[in-house]
Design a binder for this molecule. Structure first.
Ligand code: C2E
Ligand code: CA
Ligand code: CA
Length: 613
């Protein structure tokens, strides 16, 4: 950028007390086109300079009132006029004066008598210098402006970038948080828990005095609450429980949700197992009061498995497994309690798992077989049928009781396959005996009683499987009695009841097994087409010893008669029991007094001698 200025725009103030000098200078400069103003004294000069700023001042040194030095000093002292260049004019040709002229702020010096060319040259120089200065100033200002604008732009870019980085960091942290936390309760999830446990185990290895504890918490009957009150309340309950758990521990303990109704607490740096059981007790205690959710009081409880730190633990999986085992133990013992893990629990669980694995192959390897226990009519003392009871001949462990393996079969669902097999086996067996002893008419009317697990009744294909078996074996439905437990009857009206009716439509009789031990209710009994009540062995066996059990047996028999059902007594071992039952009017009995459950071969020997029992 160049500042172009025409000569006409440049104003020069000429100051001299001698009129002639003034005249000459003014004329010379005007001729060149400069705008010239004149001042005859220092004071007029100062006044004139501050009213209209000249671009240059030619200033005589020697003047009567204020001399040129003083005028210049005052010009320089004034902020308004300080930048106006001053060229001194003087007749004095003294070196000292020249020095003084520069000292007070003059820019040049012209000696008198003046020479026109010199004056013009010096003025031009000064003007050019002034213009150059102005240009530099302008350039500087422009530069500063640009730098300023750029800086602002840069600042906003930097600010934007910073915001973007912050946002990205926030999103990333959110992602990391989400990956490690449960979305419903906000608690750490399994992944974070495992990380912390691994860390804790490693820490314990380096610090032999450090102890920790793990609590595995599972809500009791949560599914019932969820199913009956809805998922919204279920979710709210889980959130409430997660808050409760957090209130029961210290800041540095970790409460995590594994999913569903399972929570885990990692206790950091405890002193003894007592610190862990204390937390377990506190949780139980707090859970005794109901949660108020949507204006309803919701009661829940928890089963808790506790593991205390041990040098044996090298990874989180083992620790979690043992806490889980202890938790299941708490459930088995009746829920709403805590159990501390010990090694025997693990051994037993291992045995159970092993048994479960073996059971999967038991059918294929022909290790399962049926035994049959005779059922006797107390009227005629004659054999009227059998109860089919399953047996497992384990190649290493020998005979395993159904009490031990039927629950496993039920837990694993294997009961469906096993149940179908034994139903066929028992039906086939009765049919075989009938054909084998066709000459003995009584054998043709023997009945087979078969135990059914509730899962079998819930299976949609049960009836078609049953029909298939009856069809294949040629056995008539009326020769079959199916034994079900009381728990089946309390199921809400639905497919099970439908299945029971279909069973009855096939002339198959239904017995309630273990009657008196479960959840009995008259209304249930009346609602269903039940034929027999089997009085549980525990009542029969206590009958002689306490009157209460005798009363119960009497009540059951009376009740059955009122409802038009017949009673079968289980576990009859003495003739005293037999006589008492006869006295009470019980119709049928089975038990060691008559026979233990026997293998088919032995039953065959018995049947061959029929009817002498
Ligand atoms: P349960 O249905 O109550 O079977 C009667 C149990 O009492 C049988 O035990 C039988 O051996 C036993 N018992 C019979 N008479 C006497 C006696 O005089 N004294 C004593 N102390 N016991 C006697 P087992 O065979 O060990 O069966 C136990 C349970 O296993 C059965 O109880 C039943 O719940 C289940 N179970 C057995 N076989 C089957 C089956 O084929 N299917 C299903 N689902 N469960 C079965
Ligand atoms: Ca039974
Ligand atoms: Ca029974």
């Amino acid at each position: 950028m160049t500042i172009s200025v025409s000569v006409q725009e440049i104003s020069i103030l000429v100051v001299d007390d001698i009129a002639d000098n003034l005249q000459i200078l003014a004329n010379t400069l005007s001729k060149q086109g400069y705008q010239v103003r004149c001042a005859k004294s220092g004071l007029t000069a100062l006044r004139g300079a501050s009213t209209i700023l000249p671009d240059l001042i030619l200033l005589d040194i020697k003047m009567p009132d204020l001399d040129g030095y003083q005028v210049c000093q005052q010009l320089k002292a004034n902020k308004q006029t300080c930048d106006i260049p001053v060229i001194f004019l003087s007749a004095l040709d003294d070196v000292l004066d020249k020095v003084k002229a520069f000292e007070v702020g003059g820019v040049d010096y012209i000696s008198k008598p003046i020479q026109v060319k010199e004056v013009l040259a010096r003025v031009k120089n000064q003007i050019a210098l002034q213009l150059a200065k102005a240009e530099i100033t302008e350039l500087n200002q422009d530069l500063e402006r640009r730098v300023y604008q750029r800086t602002i732009k840069l600042k906003t870019v930097v600010q934007k970038l910073r915001q973007e980085i912050n946002e990205r960091q926030r999103i990333q942290q959110q992602l990391i948080h989400d990956a490690l936390h449960d979305s419903l309760t906000g608690l750490p999830n399994r992944a974070l828990l495992i990380e912390r446990i691994e860390f804790t185990i490693a820490h314990a290895k380096r610090n032999p005095d450090y102890r920790y504890g793990l609590l595995f918490i599972d809500l009791d009957r949560f599914k019932v609450i969820n199913d009956s009150l809805g998922h919204l309340i279920g979710d709210q309950l889980l959130i409430a429980v997660s808050n409760l758990l957090q209130e029961c521990v210290r800041e540095n303990d970790l409460v995590a949700r594994l999913g569903g109704d399972e929570f885990v607490i990692l206790l950091d740096g405890i002193k003894s197992v007592k610190d862990a059981t204390l937390i377990g007790e506190r949780i139980q205690q707090r859970m005794r009061s109901p949660f108020e959710l949507q204006n309803q009081n919701i009661f829940t409880s928890a089963s808790i498995g506790i593991v205390f730190s041990s040098v044996e633990y090298h990874n989180s999986a083992d620790l979690m497994r043992d806490a889980d085992i202890a938790m299941y133990r708490a459930k088995d013992k009746g829920k709403a309690r805590y159990t501390i893990f010990d090694q025997t629990m693990y051994d037993e669980t291992l045995k159970l798992v092993e048994l479960e694995n073996n059971l999967r192959f038991a059918l294929k390897r022909n290790e399962l077989m049926m035994h049959y226990q005779p059922i006797i009519s107390l009227d005629s003392n004659k054999l009227v049928g059998f109860e089919a009871l399953i047996r497992w001949q384990h190649p290493e462990r020998g005979s395993i009781s159904p009490v031990e393996f039927i629950p496993i079969a039920e837990d694993t669902g294997l009961i469906l396959e096993i149940g179908e097999w034994l139903l066929r086996e028992a039906c086939q067996q009765l049919q075989t005996w009938r054909q084998q002893f066709a000459s003995i008419p009584e054998i043709g009317s023997l009945k087979m009683s078969i135990n059914l697990a509730s899962q079998q009744l819930q299976e949609p294909e049960f009836i078609s499987k049953l029909d298939q078996i009856l069809g294949d074996t040629g056995l008539d439905g009326s020769s079959l009695r199916l034994e079900i437990t009381e728990s089946v009857l309390i199921e809400p009206e639905g497919s099970i009841q439908d299945t029971l009716r279909q069973i009855k439509n096939r002339n198959i009789k239904l017995s309630i097994d273990d009657f008196g031990t479960g959840y009995s209710s008259l209304s249930y009994l009346r609602r269903f087409p039940i034929d027999n009540l089997k009085i549980d062995r525990s009542f029969i066996q206590q009958m002689n010893f306490d009157s209460e059990n005798f009363e119960i047996v009497r009540l059951i028999i009376t009740l059955a008669k009122t409802l038009g059902m017949k009673t079968i007594s289980e576990g009859v071992e003495t003739s005293l029991q037999l006589n008492q039952l006869k006295g009470l009017g019980c119709e049928f009995a089975q038990g060691y007094l008559f026979s233990i459950p026997l293998a088919p071969k032995q039953i065959e020997l018995m049947l061959a001698k029929y009817p002498q029992f």
